[in-house]
Design a binder for this molecule. Sequence first.
Ligand SMILES: Nc1ncnc2c1ncn2[C@@H]1O[C@H](COP(=O)(O)OP(=O)(O)O)[C@@H](O)[C@H]1O
Ligand SMILES: [Mg+2]
Length: 246
Amino acid sequence: MIEVCDAAKWIENGARRVEILKEISFAIPAGQFVAIVGASGSGKSTLLGLLAGLDTPSAGEIWLDGVPIHNLAEAELAAVRGRKIGFVFQSYQLIQTLTALENVLLPYELNVEGNGLAQARRLLGEVGLGERMDHYPIQLSGGEQQRVALARAFVADPPIVMADEPTGNLDSVNGRIVLDLLLEHNRRAGTTLVLVTHDAEVASRAGRKITLKDGRIVEDTQPFSPPRKTSTRRDGTAAHKEGKNG
Ligand SMILES: Nc1ncnc2c1ncn2[C@@H]1O[C@H](COP(=O)(O)OP(=O)(O)O)[C@@H](O)[C@H]1O
Ligand SMILES: [Mg+2]
């Protein structure tokens, strides 16, 4: 489960404070497929970055399966990210000097025990790149690179997959292929999928849609109330020790 409690994000720009997200609260139960939608500049990528622990909120709390990630130092945060989250970027973010297979194996080298080679090969086969495992990103089309990025996001079996406009750089045919692979994996593995998109057709395939406007949630088609936490402290430290039921 992902829980966001009154989160905000602002940037101090000289004397000026630029507010990017305000009063964000929602929860996503395990296994749900949620689309986060809104116009360009509405704060979608910033919000997804907070959920993934790639960025920290200026205020408020973010909990991933009971872990208060707003409160963690970078090393701990990286460990939680590695265990819990597979992330897919709009621009693929493959390492150019590594082959497709080596890119997919990256999460294993960082934090998963055992040999992920068989898993990486299997996933590359599933996304249709069984014959191209030794190719470098520059030798692959955009759609193929994004399919490598999908295999990399899935390889460590994370319970949560997050994707930020994963079809945004692709034509409609390749966008459809990537989206189908993402949704099929979500169904089969039973993972939580949080998908940022400004494409209404893509969003229509999600069970739930959260709409952002000017940094606020203006619509949530299926609000979910998590079991109540007794601790409402916002300093995080105590909440961490007490745990979610403390
Ligand atoms: N590091 C930053 N510094 C200043 N403004 C930022 C920063 N990151 C994002 N913003 C601003 O915050 C708003 C939301 O950005 P973003 O989350 O990327 O929106 P979206 O993904 O919905 O297009 C935009 O107006 C953007 O310019
Ligand atoms: Mg964005």
